[in-house]
Design a protein around this ligand. Structure first.
Ligand SMILES: Cc1ncc(COP(=O)(O)O)c(C=O)c1O
Length: 411
């Protein structure tokens, strides 16, 4: 069989056109796919009275905030940068809340000023700092993030529960922390939170986490505190690629949570990031050179760890497709490598033996923790972001120019 040259599209827009118009690397979000995922969460969770907050750290730009503002989702921000992005996108303050393990004074001030619905306290010092800032004002609504000691089986870089992690109030201090908040008229404890990790593919730790929270909530209510909501965090894992089965059945998980909380006075909430946006994202690269060195064939692309650091940070693997190419050869092992001055290998793939400079590759499932983790290492500019949908395209973030990479330099 003679293979055809490849000329693919994303969201109905030819990749060739996207590359010609916006260059590479290029972040492409298929908002049709994204809205399908949002809808899945709304039908499974919101329909059962479980609030869904989107974890902005996964991917947040102004146009994303605009899109989400038109849905029932809340938004979790963890920096002033994310908050300002949300505000620019018209996100209502009443649906935003503020996380963060080491909030700055300015971030605590934003919570006290009511730029968000509530803050999630991560540590004992934050309670005192926020109470001081809030002194002259109406009580500030807070939740506390409790490290319930539940360890999810996931990569240690994305595990946030258990005693060997820095996140949240440790179990042994949780009751004293709740008591301390009860003493402070400046703060009002409206809920409890616990996020145990990311890319979790088994719901048991998430349910166990809820059970722990219910115990602490009962304790807080016993002190007369108005704890009404329990947030079990995000972390809902996704499959490796489009051909694989989804590891977590949202409907069953939502039903399981609701069943566990039935009979308690508590409302539930979750805050996924990855599971909402990862599948909708593709990252386009062009091949710059193909080299054989030793036993290996390196296919070097015009991006890498600066726009997609997860493979180098903790071995994340994204499916990759040749999306524009004249190659017709048989698949053969190839190491996809980036262009930075590190061994920024993106992963091992099977690519045609005649893949060549100029071909375009789409890294799939890169909607989460890819653009949001981009850096300017080597003073490479960050890529543009476009939204595609049903054959239309809209650029929502321009690419940084080479000049942009020194725009904050003062010399
Ligand atoms: C507090 C908190 N909530 C939610 C999330 C979202 O996790 P995920 O994208 O795996 O759903 C994170 C991720 O780091 C987090 O730290």
């Amino acid at each position: 069989m003679i293979q055809q040259a490849i000329d693919g599209d994303i969201g109905g827009v030819p990749a060739r056109e996207l590359i010609a118009a916006y260059g590479t690397p290029l972040v492409v979000i298929d908002t049709g796919e994204l809205e399908l995922e949002i809808d899945r969460f709304v039908r499974a969770f919101v329909a059962r009275g479980i609030t869904v907050g989107y974890a902005g750290k996964a991917f947040l730009v102004t146009a994303m905030a605009e899109l989400l503002a038109a849905t029932p989702l809340r938004l979790d921000v963890c920096s002033l940068g994310e908050l300002i992005t949300a505000e620019r996108g018209g996100y209502p303050a009443g649906r935003i809340y503020f996380h963060g393990v080491a909030k700055s004074d300015a971030e605590l001030q934003a919570i006290a000023d009511g730029r968000v619905a509530f803050g999630v306290i991560d540590n004992a010092e934050e309670i005192e700092r926020l109470a001081k800032i809030a002194r002259a004002r109406a009580p500030v609504d807070v939740m506390i993030r409790i490290n319930t000691g539940i360890e999810a089986h996931t990569h240690e870089m994305v595990r946030t529960g258990g005693e060997n992690t820095k996140f949240g109030i440790p179990e042994r201090d949780a009751r004293a922390t709740i008591r301390r908040i009860a003493e402070l008229p400046q703060l009002r404890l409206i809920g409890l939170h616990s996020h145990v990790g990311s890319q979790i593919v088994d719901v048991d730790p998430l349910i166990a986490n809820l059970e722990e929270l219910i115990g602490y909530a009962d304790f807080a209510c016993g002190l007369g505190l108005p704890v009404a909501e329990l947030n079990v965090g995000g972390g809902i894992g996704i499959e490796n690629g489009p051909g694989d089965a989804r590891p977590i059945d949202l409907d069953a998980f939502a039903a399981n949570l609701a069943e566990r909380a039935a009979g308690t006075p508590y409302r539930l909430a979750i805050e996924p990031g990855r599971a909402l946006v990862a599948r909708a994202g593709s990252l386009l690269y062009r091949v710059v050179t193909v080299k054989r060195q030793g036993e290996r064939r390196f296919v070097v692309v015009d991006g890498g760890m600066t726009d997609n650091p997860r493979p180098m940070l903790y071995g994340a693997h994204h499916p990759a497709d040749l999306i524009v190419s004249a190659a017709t050869g048989a698949p053969a092992p190839a190491t996809l490598a980036g262009r930075s001055c590190e061994n920024d290998e993106i992963g091992e793939y099977a690519l045609p033996d005649d893949v060549a400079a100029g071909d375009a590759i789409a890294m799939r499932y890169t909607g989460a923790y890819t653009y949001s983790m981009a850096s300017n290492y080597n003073r490479f500019g960050k890529p543009a972001v476009v939204f595609v949908r049903d054959g239309t395209v809209r650029r929502v973030v321009r690419a940084e120019t080479d000049d942009d990479t020194s725009r904050c330099d003062l010399a």
